[in-house]
Design a protein around this ligand. Structure first.
Ligand SMILES: [Zn+2]
Ligand SMILES: [Zn+2]
Length: 597
């Protein structure tokens, strides 16, 4: 995020360019005030750049040693001084050459370098108090508007993000209109740290990463349970909707990629191998190969729509420095499908994709939002084709009664698309699913045809769609969304039986057996440890249900039930526990309901 923002600032003109909406403006102004405070306290530092970013701002400084937490405290206190002083932000314009001379005289080599890279004749500067910076603005009228801000951290960052350049010291901060916004943001940061899927993946034995395979997880048995449950759910839903599951090769001759155009446009992202003097690559997507399934037989209008699905393992060559846990991987297991249909079937097919998306996300209590991206300036096909395709997407969104945001000219060059985002429990936005209409790429490049009712040969339309996006990323998101406390149907261990003491092991074993027979994933904790210790352990592993059994329970054929939420229910008949648990798992419910009325 920060890097993109930085690129944008440097690319546009070399001077800062900011979203004029209030929050980014506030944050950008905060970054100037921070630079002012730093200059007051550390007059020798050199200024690089300081944009607003999502949720905050940063500024990069050239300084030989890193800033300490104590330094940040002093800087923040100085910023409050500056805010209280109510200094107006004043703009002036200078010829570029004059600005270069000015910043050279002030000993600011990074500003000089930025200015030398701009082709504008005039540039603008902003001043508050004694501090002046090269900047396009806009800014708040005065420093007094900065009331609620805090500095978060500092770290090294290369000038212009390039490791051949000098290392700078970046300070991150955040600014908000009101204290309650700041408090909520800091809570979210704290919560996100606790929920980090890399940390939880380790603690809950779900998955691990090792240097021998950067960007590809090792799925541990417990993580694999989640993976398999999602696959099973996915397969059931797709079988019920007439999808035909296929599997296509992972390693394919480069001829295929030349035909699809990927070799020309995407080769840098592909892993290549030489086999018997021919070049092969690991597939970065399933699309071209799905056309081989389509072309396996002569298709007539009656065969369409043809919904070809594939849980395909893809590889994309992301730079090792950009890999982050499950969110940025090199190996992707995509829940892909390509729907080949007649143009008159597009509305219905897209509509059922949207219905499926809503159904899937509701299962996880995730709220989807939709964005419709339309014809870009550079497009393949005819305007008529595009107009009717866009109309079909629009109608499908309407038919599903979903509000959507329009993103004009943001479609792919081969067709319009609907991007689907979700918001998790911390209010974070994730782009997950997509449904892309493909008017020309697969159909024309691979010469796909069907025989229409009038006997003529026609081209089908292809719809590319994914719902989870990738299993890796989706499981990473779910892990953080649920903070590791997965719904019972996904939980690697669904119940743990805890005999009160070693005297009750026999009944405990019988209870475990009964649950296992009902296909519940159950463990017996027969360790000779205090009950309180074992309860805490089950809690830490986020096991949904603890079944505590002693003398009384053994006599009555009951259990003392404890939900991982802390709720306790005494004397619940074992039959009742099994019936409720089975129902909760079968319905894939999110809430814990066992033993409740
Ligand atoms: Zn600025
Ligand atoms: Zn595709």
């Amino acid at each position: 995020m920060a890097e993109n923002e930085e690129d944008r600032h440097l690319r546009l003109s070399g001077s800062y360019d900011c979203d004029p909406s209030p929050l980014p403006t506030l944050r950008h102004s905060a970054s100037h005030v921070m630079a002012q405070a730093v200059k007051r306290l550390f007059p020798d530092v050199k200024l690089a750049i300081g944009p607003a970013i999502e949720n905050g701002f940063y500024y990069d400084f050239a300084r030989s040693e890193p800033f300490t937490p104590g330094d940040l405290e002093k800087i923040e206190a100085e910023m409050h001084e500056i805010a209280r002083a109510d200094l107006p932000f004043a703009r002036r314009e200078l010829p570029r050459a004059a600005a270069i001379a000015l910043f050279r005289e002030r000993g600011e080599p990074f500003k000089v370098e930025i200015l030398e890279g701009i082709d504008a004749d005039t540039v603008s500067l902003y001043q508050q108090g004694e501090f002046e910076d090269l900047c396009r603005g806009p800014h708040v009228p005065s420093t007094r508007h900065l009331t609620t801000f805090t500095l978060l951290s500092s770290s090294g960052a290369y000038w212009r993000g390039d490791e051949r350049n000098p290392m700078l010291q970046r300070i991150y901060g955040t600014a908000w209109p009101a204290q309650e916004d700041l408090d909520r943001y800091l809570w979210r940061l704290e919560e996100a740290k606790k929920r980090d899927h890399r940390k939880l993946g380790r603690e809950l034995d779900l998955f691990a990463f090792h240097d021998v395979a950067p960007g590809a997880p090792f799925w541990l048995p417990k993580g694999m349970v989640i993976f398999r449950q999602l696959e099973q759910f996915w397969r059931e839903a797709h079988d019920a909707r007439g999808y035909l599951e296929t599997s296509t090769p992972i390693m394919v001759n480069k001829k295929l990629w030349e035909e699809s155009g990927h070799w020309e446009h995407y080769a840098d992202n592909m892993f290549k191998l030489e086999v018997e003097e021919q070049i092969f690559s690991l597939k970065p997507m399933n699309c071209p190969e799905s056309t081989y399934i389509y072309r396996h037989a002569l298709r007539s209008y009656r065969d369409l729509p043809l919904r070809i699905s594939e849980i395909g393992r893809l590889h994309r060559n992301e730079r090792s420095g950009t890999l982050t846990g499950m969110f940025r991987v090199r190996q992707i297991t995509m829940d892909d499908a390509h729907i080949y249909c007649r143009p008159d079937q597009v509305l219905e097919e897209i509509s059922s994709v949207l219905a499926l998306v809503r159904e899937f996300y509701a299962m996880f209590e995730l709220t989807p939002s939709f964005k419709l991206a339309t014809r870009p300036d550079d497009y393949l096909g005819t305007v008529e084709q595009w107009d009717s395709a866009e109309q079909a997407l629009h109608d499908a969104l309407k038919a599903n009664e979903v509000a959507y945001e329009l993103k004009p000219k943001d479609g792919a060059f081969y067709g319009p698309k609907i991007d689907i985002h979700i918001e998790d429990v911390l209010g974070r936005d994730w782009q997950i699913a997509t449904a892309q209409l493909d008017l020309t790429m697969l159909p024309e490049r691979f010469d796909l045809t069907y025989i229409d009712s009038d006997g003529t040969t026609k081209r089908p339309v292809a719809i590319h769609r994914a719902i989870f996006g990738s299993f890796e990323r989706f499981i990473g998101i779910l892990t953080e969304h649920f903070a590791g406390a997965f719904p019972t149907w996904l939980a690697p261990v669904q119940a743990r039986v805890l005999p009160i003491s070693q005297k009750h092991l026999e009944y405990g074993a019988a209870v475990r057996r009964r649950l296992a027979e009902a296909t519940v994933r159950v463990e017996l904790d027969d360790r000779n440890e205090k009950l309180g210790y074992r309860i805490r352990d089950a809690q830490l592993h986020k096991v949904p249900y603890m079944l505590i059994v002693g003398e009384r329970e053994a006599q009555a054929g009951t259990v003392s039930l404890r939900h991982r939420t802390g709720e306790e229910l005494k004397d619940v008949p074992l039959d009742r526990v099994i019936a409720d648990l089975s129902r909760e798992i079968a319905s894939r419910a999110v809430a814990l309901t066992v033993g409740r009325m």
